[in-house]
Design a binder for this molecule. Sequence first.
Ligand code: ARG
Length: 561
Amino acid sequence: MEELLAQTIARLYKIDVEVRFSRPDPKFGDYSTNIALKLAKELGRNSREIANDIIVDLQRSSMFSSVSVAGAGFINLEVSAITLLTILNSDWSKNYGENDDGRGRTVVVEYPSPNMAKPYSVGHLRPANQGWAARQLMKATGWNVITDNHLGDYGAPFGIWVVGFIKYSSDEKLKSDGVYELGRVYIKTKQALKDEELAGASSLASEVQSWLIKLEQGDDEAKKYSKRFNDISLAHIHDIMHRMKISTDYEYGEAFFAPRGKQAVQQLLDKGVAVQNDDNSVIVPLDDFGFNVPLLVQKSNGAALYATTDLATILFREENWQPDKVIYVVGGEQQFYFSQLFAMARKLGINTELTHLWFGVIDQINDDGVREKMSSRKGVVLMEDLLNKAEARAREIVLERNVSDEDIKKIALGAIKYSDFVADRRTNILFDWKTIFALTGHSGPYVQYAAVRVNKILNDSQDAEFDLAVNDYDYESEKAILLKIMEYPSIIRQAATDLEPHKVANYLYELARIMNKYYETTRVKAAEKSIMQARLGILKKVSHIFTHGLGLIGIEVPDAM
Ligand code: ARG
């Protein structure tokens, strides 16, 4: 339809334009465009006249059932439902909605990248959800996607673990409580270090340092500890990711890159990108990129920093994967850091598109009714607790019905994940159990339920041959659904281009509402046979879109709920 208009314009005015329809208030029509207003500037002519010329031409085609000009030259168009269906059927495939914008280019998507010192917390809920959605969107738009979990497994935490373990823990405790014991030990030792510093002492701190040095030198005991603690923590991370149904292709943690840091820093120095200070520390001045703070890439004692491992990571990916794009899925508090990191990469001559996909924090209302960042002191913070609690809630909402454990897990995850996509990722989320499980609001369960409902109708009608072409039906009752289905490809394109998966969630919510309204006014199974078949054919497409769209944001459709 849009091409038809573009062709008309090319014929009339000999210029190539891209026409994008928008969906006006239904009382003006099905589609509208302000293209005549844009052309007016370019052609130096009156926009209403142009609009009139265009519609005269369009009236000759049978595509639109009505064309009219409004206001300063807006063109409003109406299309019959049957025309919509004809176009839709010719575009339809099992990958409906997907495109090849990526043209097979390679993108690295990095998530959820938790730190290993403490159990997996809600702090890494968003990088998991947003990261997975980015992966799905890039795949759906023709990119070759490589995913990498950039584990926070390097630096002081190891030393803190060992010192704390020897001082405050035991083999038995570690055996029984695993990562939770490690987390407890970590927090307790961090506190002891703080107390010590306040008291002006440093013996604990130097013990921590000496374990770090031992590990760097390959000391056997240090290696044993490191392996033991890392195995426990990693198994836990995998367990949580498995429950969240997310995974990555690779898991190159910071520790893997730390030893490569020295060489990377040398490369910066050789290229004149970095400067070495008298105290041996190395900085990258970024004034030319508008930063008045340089990026520190090596401490005076030669140790690697966050930026050092990230620099080595960039070089490693360039060498091994030659990506066209890298997406870092990390919270908004690291925006400044990443803009510095990317500037450094440019200075090094790396032209790969580096993107920081960032998001806001998760807030909650505390017991005093005050909104604040979710924290361990108040409320849920462990991912495992959150998942358990969500499953208990899901069980409550399906109480009387016969719903499998698998489905309960899908509902629980659906509710949690969907809350990540209700609004633009940059806004802070208010985590509220009531809202995320609301069966009537903009929630996971609401959309899942709409999908289950359409699937149930289709399943109950197994014997109907709803793929039959139906000739004597006008599909006017299904027009709102058809118009919505036809928006889907552009929603995916926008969501992927802007890395804004909430656009998919919003779309699915609108589709769910359209479907609920439809059932109120239209009978599917009770309709006359050929009409029923026609309607089921549309429902089948709707079902496809629910499954596909929810899949883009990492949510599955339960069999029942
Ligand atoms: N582990 C870090 C954290 O929990 C996130 C890592 C982000 N990725 C990176 N390449 N720096 O804050």
